[in-house]
Ligand binder design. Sequence first.
Ligand code: DGY
Length: 311
Amino acid sequence: MIREKFEVKVWPSEYPPSKQEILEMAKDCKGLVTLLSDPIDEEVISMLPNLKVIAQYAVGYDNIDVKQATRRGIIVTNTPGVLTEATADLAWSLIMSVSRRIVEADQYVRGGKWNVAWGPQLLLGSDVFGATLGIIGMGRIGQAVAKRAVGFNMRVLYHTRSHRDGLEEIEKLVGAEARRLDTLLHESDIVSLHVPLTSKTHHMIGRRQLGLMRAGSILINTSRGAVVDQDALYDALVSGHLGGAGLDVFEDEPLSKDSPLLGLSNVVLVPHIGSATTKTRATMASMCATNIIAALSDEKPPNIVNPEVLQ
Ligand code: DGY
């Protein structure tokens, strides 16, 4: 789509470019298509004088210094809405996998350990049906996760900092109830995180908050790794205070090959694949292209995150 209208240079590796490589390759560019692994900070933005638009191929854009972009008159766009259901599906995949120990069970069979036909105590998990689900962040993805809980007859609690569209509908449909963060952590069997990463949400789930969670409860993170203090999470899992965790995102990605999390059997780890379905990624791609084409054609892009830049 972009090539039909503009000259395009594509970074040739699947490894992300360094800041230096971005600066070299993009020095004359008017538009950038970025991934969440591209560091578009103040320095990069200030050294690309021709830049008019940064089009992020993701809904989250914490890798981009939006304030600095706005100051320099650069439009920033993202891909909201189209990955909501895929990400909610993944959060639920993790809820089910951790609660019912699916990955461990699969390894048990493949590892040749299944020697007794049926065992009353074999691989016991925890019930999802009828459990209390605590959702932190009740935007589009949090609400989509809540809707799926109806079929599991769950009590749904939520915590959100700001009023979000659709909340009343969810309260009616799901019977979801608002809670303060501490209360939600204390009352939930499963806690699922759906907040963007900002200076306010960085380590929002730290040692104290993990301590408030119910003994044996489960933490699911499909938002951003740094929302959780990963060292504190490891301690809470090793001590047996938490029953398990399902993690799609990490403080550093890719997860280090010697991360202690790799040694824990009560954790399901997946490599940031929340939006990774063929259909979702294709829709994100065309949305991203539509955004950058509009901005470079002096039209208002449909998904602008800093609309004040146009004023
Ligand atoms: C996002 O869009 O922010 C996801 O983390 C990746 O699709």
